[in-house]
Design a protein around this ligand. Structure first.
Ligand code: ZN
Length: 73
């Protein structure tokens, strides 16, 4: 799986949210908790386009079930 550089992740922001909340990697997606969108990562490049985003619901059951307990920071 592609791991996005944490320093890169830190400067990325959801294009759909005016407050630009931090994104979080989950599998091959970057997710925005604020608007519940999942942005795909293609060829190690996060695709931060609202048109390309999936609803977070669409990822459930598709990837790992344990999403809360990970120590991200
Ligand atoms: Zn958002």
């Amino acid at each position: 799986m592609t791991l996005i550089d944490p320093e890169l992740l830190a400067i990325l922001a959801c294009p759909a949210c005016a407050e630009r909340p931090p994104l979080e990697q989950r599998g091959e997606f970057l997710i925005c908790r604020a608007c519940q969108r999942a942005y795909p990562i293609r060829d190690e490049i996060p695709v931060l386009l609202v048109e390309e985003a999936l609803p977070l619901d669409a990822l459930q059951g598709n990837s790992e079930p344990n999403e809360t307990g990970k120590s991200q920071r």
